[in-house]
Ligand binder design. Structure first.
Ligand SMILES: Nc1ncnc2c1ncn2[C@@H]1O[C@H](COP(=O)(O)OP(=O)(O)OP(=O)(O)O)[C@@H](O)[C@H]1O
Ligand SMILES: [Mg+2]
Length: 471
């Protein structure tokens, strides 16, 4: 009888085809002796097909799935990852029957290193997007004290019985102006003041270097308005039926009268055009500056019926800072759950938490969020070390906190007033750290992170004095 697994009888073209595929292929007889290995498989174990054929498969693949298939007579599909040295692959193996008699088995396996790498990158990007994507629901973001009143006002701007109004949001960079504008937009959609598919058009008024270009962008243009200009819808028209978010509105200067006219009449005229176009747009103007001092009084009056000032992080209560802290930690945990399906629990040592809460953040909540994320990143285990785990508890320590938190402190103008001597509580802390064999630089870093302005040389001086006293 012709042995159906006699590869010596196989026309060479078939071997060539099997050698060209990207997957590894092994075929064994019923005793596990290799009858065929393609080039990819041979490369996996740094060998050559001609040397492998005739040898037991376990000489090359000690834990080959094929051996299990030979024992159990059942196929095994890609289930788990196998390792050959540093290489990883997924494998499917199938028994070969001649009638009802098992005469061998074959396996096909795929290198998943590259796929895993891509997967890792996608997951990383997904995490970053989840951690920094704008908040969507006005009721779920952090608010307490003064902020509670601001958010109530924000709802009123679009939700009051008198109809929606334009509004102004001011505050330092990173205090949540863009976030609030988006929340107002989502809220307006939710309560039906604007349609579900209404536009939210954002324009950074400071981005235009040339006032003519800015005017054409905002109000649109007709062909020939300027040399080379084309017929184009402006941002006002694009925002029709929705919200026009004028960010950095203090830079509007040159267009204030045009804007005022548009708001008063509900109509715009494209630059170079004659036709008046009706527009129905809710404007939210935002700025890091006081718009009352910058805009024309009539324009300010039109826009600023509702003005919301978002306080800097410095001005916020400890309670609110703690709430923001917990909010961002939760957000991180949720992002890990979403990307990796891991229940991630992040704890902070009291020292690390204190350092994060006490540090100064000139770029406000955005920076606070980024520093928290960065600290958790630093303390988190590597993905390749957590295979199969569904619950992970992780602790962020002072060493995970970005070093430049200490540098940020030195940006503060009022540095002198924070100079401290090594006495009292600080002395106790330094003594304890010295007992733990920490050096002056490390001690200084930890104290700085806790909000004490103790340069390393001061610690070094303290140690020197202490030794002198002991001597
Ligand atoms: N009350 C809050 N609750 C939750 N997250 C907040 C809150 N306030 C601000 N944030 C976070 O801070 C981030 C930065 O805020 P945002 O970009 O809106 O600041 P901004 O005032 O527009 O800054 P810029 O002036 O630089 O444009 C937001 O994406 C959000 O993650
Ligand atoms: Mg912004």
């Amino acid at each position: 009888m012709l042995n159906i697994l006699d590869f010596s009888k196989l026309p060479p073209v078939y071997t060539e085809i099997l050698n060209k595929v990207n997957d590894g292929i092994n075929i064994v007889d019923e005793k596990g002796i290799l009858l065929f290995s393609n080039k990819v498989s041979a490369e996996y174990c740094n060998s050559r097909p001609e040397d492998m054929i005739g040898q037991p498969i376990e000489n090359y693949y000690p834990n080959a799935v094929l051996l299990y298939v030979l024992r159990k007579h059942v196929p095994v599909f890609n289930g788990r990852i196998h390792y050959v040295g540093a290489k990883k692959y997924m494998c499917s193996s199938f028994p070969i029957f001649d009638g009802s008699k098992l005469i061998g088995a074959f396996s096909i396996f795929r290198d998943i290193q590259e796929i895993e790498e891509l997967n890792r990158r996608v997951k990383y990007l997904e995490m970053q997007v989840n951690l920094t994507k704008p908040e969507v629901d006005i009721d779920s973001v952090v608010k307490s004290g003064a902020l509670e009143a601001i958010f109530k006002k924000a709802k009123k701007t679009v939700g009051s019985l008198g109809g929606p109004r334009h509004s102004i949001i001011t505050g330092e960079s990173g205090t949540g102006k863009t976030m609030l504008a988006n929340l107002i937009y989502n809220y307006a959609k939710k309560i039906g003041v604007i349609a579900k598919n209404a536009p939210f058009i954002e324009v950074n008024c400071a981005q235009f270097t040339n006032p003519d270009i800015a005017a054409m962008e905002i109000f649109g243009s007709e062909e020939g308005a300027y040399t080379g200009s084309k017929t184009k819808k402006g941002l006002f028209e694009q925002a029709h039926g929705g919200i026009l978010f004028l960010d950095e509105a203090h830079a509007l200067e040159n267009h204030q009268t045009l804007l005022l006219k548009a708001i008063e009449s509900g109509k715009i005229r494209r630059i170079g055009g004659t036709k008046e176009i009706s527009i129905n747009v809710i404007i939210i103007a935002a700025s890091t500056r006081n718009l009352k001092e910058v805009l024309l009084p009539e324009l300010y009056q039109r826009l600023g019926q509702y003005e919301m000032y978002l306080p800097s992080l410095r001005e916020r209560s400890r309670e609110e800072k703690e709430m923001l802290f917990s909010y961002f930690v939760k957000k991180y945990e949720k992002a890990v759950k979403k990307a990796h399906n891991i229940n991630y629990h992040v704890n902070f040592t009291p020292q690390a938490k204190l350092a994060l809460l006490n540090a100064e953040y000139p770029r406000n909540i955005r920076q606070f969020r980024d520093v928290i994320n960065c600290s958790i990143d630093s303390s988190s285990p590597l993905l390749e070390d957590v295979h199969g785990q569904t619950d992970i508890i992780n602790t962020v320590t002072i060493n995970d906190i970005p070093f430049d938190i200490a540098d940020i402190k030195s940006d503060i103008p009022n540095k002198k007033s924070q100079e401290e001597k090594i006495t009292g509580t600080v002395k106790e802390m330094v003594d304890k750290m010295l007992d733990e064999n920490k050096g002056p630089r490390k001690i200084s870093k930890e104290l700085m992170a806790l909000g004490y302005n103790i340069e390393y040389y001061k610690v070094a001086y303290y140690i020197k004095n202490m030794k002198k006293k002991k001597a």
